[in-house]
Design a protein around this ligand. Structure first.
Ligand code: C2E
Ligand code: MG
Ligand code: MG
Length: 551
């Protein structure tokens, strides 16, 4: 019978390490003399399957005795694996020991079984490790895999050679809507493959899920990589048709320096930059910097202090008149939020995007609407005839199915006639939002509250909006007035004409000089709003303007 001590030590040596390929060397050293073993080779063959892409075929030397001697294959044992593959163990002995007794063969058989069992355990551990670090859809590292890579470079003191990126695909939900989730997954896989082609050794691309990716790219290749991210050509299949797609991404970039001491900082820094690039600056990329960090701190302050400031009455509705281009009469006004905070008048750019992001903008909009209704009631009580005041509504409100009712409740609370209120919304490309928008617009029409499309011409669906929405007013974005070149003139005059044929009013925003004013007049634009007449002003000042009624 096999020396029990030997077998025990063989098993112990194997069990000590998770990696059978390393442990086998020590294990066989325990029994090599007894069986004259010189070499043990494992041959592993697995067919392509769900778990083993492309199959697997490997020869591995598990044990090699020291010293030189002639080796002869003396024993072979084949096992069938769970995936329908095979594992063959070949045992080589010193010449002269080619044959084993029946007893010895039984013992070797036990040893091979133990070895096979350990190989299985080892493969399983490796498989789970790999899965836990890999994104199953794209077969690239997931967040854990990416961070493991970062850690490795950090340990090697090579991390500072790289920039880290966190990027998100632009308007990717549209791809999802158009092609469905299954094809969208395939598009992501294709996109990933294109990016992988760019990678050099030790650069890394990871997917965090959805359309969020991270990357580690050599610093000298920053421009090249950003250029790649600005548009990767791929395609989607629609039936049998190949629809070309250009996928762009918004990225936060972090220039890694010596201050980085752990891998967590890397993703954190670029995530912050991405967030600002995407939601606030609306830029294709942004480098993380001291300034970005300060901004984030400031935004956190805005978010945390907002509710208290609102209750303290620090937010005010300012009014900017809308003026008739023929008579110079004040025919309306827009209510714009201002924050009187610590002796400073904070403009909307500093708080609206932050509040948009955390959803608190809805509170602000209703607060402004209440202020406006109160002011209108006040003017009426003083015998001043108000004008129609437009209030900005964030598109975030569209998720509220009771939006129209909520608005009417405020109007009713202050007994405000609907003719005095107009709501401004910006255009949308989102189909679900469009459906909600139509529903909301119809309810507003029903209640005779006017509705305007703000910043018209800057969105993506301008003409569609005109076709399918019951809009009362188009507010032309002020960028139309930036240059009055031939092409702009043609576009502008046609929008104005179209709007009038569709029975919509047009208000030109951002009119700053008489040249623009004359030009708009010529185009038959009837109402303007801009610094040429007045900037947004507090209620009391606007009240005086209302008393006079014209410029
Ligand atoms: P908006 O709704 O398009 O408002 C027009 C903006 O253009 C206002 O900026 C106004 O002051 C500015 N403006 C008017 N005439 C001129 C001009 O002649 N030249 C220039 N350069 N600018 C002019 P403001 O008040 O800073 O507001 C910026 C944006 O913030 C608004 O754009 C609106 O989108 C948002 N906002 C303001 N108040 C609110 C609010 O209560 N709720 C929501 N949801 N958004 C608001
Ligand atoms: Mg507006
Ligand atoms: Mg506007």
């Amino acid at each position: 019978m096999i020396c029990e001590n030997c077998l025990e030590r063989f098993v112990q040596a194997l069990t000590k390490s998770e990696d059978t390929s390393i442990a086998a060397q020590y294990a066989f050293e325990e029994i090599a003399d007894r069986y004259h073993i010189r070499k043990v080779v494992m041959q592993f063959v697995v067919k392509e399957s769900l778990y083993t892409r492309g199959g697997d075929k490997r020869d591995k030397v598990l044990f090699q005795a020291s010293g030189e001697a002639e080796e002869v294959m003396a024993f072979n044992r084949e096992f069938v694996t769970g995936e329908g593959g095979t594992v063959n163990f070949y045992l080589y002995c010193t010449q002269g020991k080619e044959g084993f007794s029946a007893e010895e063969e039984r013992e070797l058989d036990i040893i091979m079984n133990i070895l096979f069992f350990h190989c299985g355990r080892w493969r399983l551990i490796n498989h789970v490790k790999r899965l836990s670090l890999t994104d199953s859809m794209t077969d690239i590292p997931n967040s854990g895999g990416f961070l493991t890579h970062v850690d490795k470079l950090l340990e090697r003191k090579e991390l500072t050679r790289y920039n880290a990126y966190y990027f998100n695909l632009t308007r990717f939900s549209l791809v999802n809507k158009r092609f469905g989730s299954r094809e969208t997954d395939t598009v992501i896989v294709r996109y990933t493959k294109e990016l992988q082609k760019f990678l050099k050794e030790d650069e890394c691309l990871g997917r965090l899920g959805g359309d969020n990716f991270v990357a580690l790219i050599l610093k000298e290749r920053t421009d090249e990589f950003l250029k790649l991210l600005s548009g990767v050509e791929t395609y989607a299949m629609q039936g049998n048709q190949r629809v070309p797609l250009v996928i762009s991404a918004v990225a936060g970039v972090f220039e890694i320096d010596e201050r980085v001491v752990n891998c967590g900082m890397v993703i954190g820094e670029c995530a912050t930059a991405l967030n600002i690039a995407k939601h606030i600056e609306k830029k294709p990329y942004l480098f993380a910097s001291e300034e970005v960090r300060r901004r984030v701190d400031k935004e956190k302050q805005v978010a945390s202090g907002f509710v208290e400031s609102l209750y303290k009455g620090e937010f005010k509705a300012y009014y900017q008149p809308k003026v008739d281009t023929e008579t110079y009469q004040i025919v309306g006004a827009e209510a714009l939020a201002r924050w009187e905070h610590e002796g400073r008048l904070v403009p909307p750019v500093e708080f609206v995007p932050v509040l948009e992001q955390n959803g608190m903008i809805c509170m602000l909009d209703f607060y402004v609407l209440e202020q406006v209704c109160k002011d209108i009631r006040d003017w009426l009580q003083k015998g001043i005839e108000p004008v129609r005041v437009s209030v900005n509504l964030s598109r975030k409100h569209l998720a509220n199915p009771n939006l129209a009712e909520d608005i009417m409740n405020v109007l009713n609370k202050y007994e405000t006639e609907s003719k005095y209120i107009e709501v401004e919304l910006t255009e949308t490309v989102d189909e679900a939002e469009s459906a909600q928008l139509v529903d909301f617009m119809e309810k507003m029409k029903d209640k005779k509250v006017a509705l305007s499309i703000d910043d018209f011409g800057t969105g993506y669906s301008s003409l569609n909006m005109l076709r399918s929405f019951p809009v009362d007013v188009l507010k032309l974005d002020r960028t139309f007035l930036n240059s009055l070149e031939e092409n702009d003139r043609i576009v502008l005059s046609n929008i104005i004409r179209m709007a009038s044929e569709l029975n919509m009013d047009v208000v030109a925003e951002g009119v700053e000089n008489w040249q623009q004013m004359d030009y708009l007049k010529k185009m038959a634009c009837k109402v303007v709003q801009g610094f040429l007449f007045d900037k947004p002003m507090p209620k009391e000042e606007f009240e005086e303007k209302l008393r006079v009624g014209r410029y």
